[in-house]
Design a protein around this ligand. Sequence first.
Ligand code: 13P
Ligand code: SF4
Length: 330
Amino acid sequence: MKESWKDRGFVDEPVPAGIDIKNEIRRMCEEKNAVILAHYYTSGDIQDVADFVGDSLALAQQAAKTTADIIVMCGVHFMAETNKVLCPDKMVLLPDLNAGCSLADTCKAEDLARYKREHPEYKVVAYVNTSAAVKALTDVVVTSSNARQVVESFPKDEKILFAPDKNLGGYLNAITGRNMLLWNGGCHVHERFSIEKIVELKAQYPSAKVLAHPECKSGVLALADYIGSTAAILKFAQTDECDTYLVVTESGILHEMQKSIPGKKFIPVPPVASAGCACNECDYMRMNTMEKLYNCIKYEWPQVELDATMREDALRPIERMLEISAKIKS
Ligand code: 13P
Ligand code: SF4
């Protein structure tokens, strides 16, 4: 590995001129028995070259059952870590190690460890958008697809700390009637959607339905016709009878929406104070580019590695989540 790559966190090599990068990525995957998993927030070209595109839960489930030798996670760092926790013997690649998550960053393992020491009576429920070190300190992990069922699996009088997303936690308290203590974390993308813009767009498209991710602030969620994970929002639009939607989540989801439901209109709601901008992108997710993807498969770097004890501690709460999720489906 070159020092410059290490410093940058991704392979910094030009892609050979004249190659068909998509074909070459697919050819290398075949040759190396690699599978590309991509989140809905990545760019359309990444989603189109991937073997599987999904929300956080589906990506973890897919990793848990893959027979590939190499998992290439086109998403953010905590997603690659979750894959490594579930598949310790596989090589897990992330095209750019800098692809973090502002929400995961709001909860440091040392802060959570201190809280637990001071409040030993609390169970800890962690959103999947956390580092493996944080997950290792928790009782159970949730994604926005299964959070309600996981929270409801605890006795009603259980003392629970929900970390780190205060918006998702507040929404869960509202729909379950619980009074979980909420960590003061949030996502820089979902926290900045403009309520004014939603109201304005609703006036312009009166029949449009508002689809929102639960990481949005409560004022935004109050305006939503449907609240759910990326996969749930997509499924809702695919099965619902309306023809126009205001989409209040990262705009990468529009790629699959437009592809799978070409007859409907999807309008991305812009963030606050961004006149003229019609998008709302997660800069971490967008660090995944075709060039970095090509290079990371070619050079099998950067890999995501985990300390063995931390991995084992993080595995239990993730497995518990997957068990509860399996019951939801059956
Ligand atoms: P989903 O689990 O709904 O895909 O959300 C992941 C995420 O990072 C939202 O910001
Ligand atoms: Fe993290 Fe927000 Fe990006 Fe999702 S959209 S990966 S929560 S920073």
